[in-house]
Write a protein that binds this ligand. Sequence first.
Ligand SMILES: [Zn+2]
Length: 122
Amino acid sequence: MSAVQELSMPVRCSFCRRSHDEVDKVVAGPGIFICDGCVALAAEIIAGAPATHGAVLPWEVEMPLEQVLATLGPVAAAGAQVEENLGVWVRKARSAGATWAQVGAALGMTRQSAWERFSGEE
Ligand SMILES: [Zn+2]
């Protein structure tokens, strides 16, 4: 397995969960991804929505319990994707010569914590 393959991970839109081969384009952010379809939908919502000051936080909106429960899985999936992507970036940093102390400092944790979380060793 090449270094590129070792660093690769399945890319899914963090919003709709479609894989990169189910959409035309995917834009990467810090541990997250968004597909062209979700960008277009977001642009429609923004263009059609009245101007608001400040964010409308979805967990503060009244909704039926079923909708709240249906949201838990996608939120967990997005969190798992971010965690997996963080591991890819840590392996990339390590492959480029970063020490565990440097990785820990970049993540605001100790060298030991970074090693325990990302080394895959006991
Ligand atoms: Zn999407």
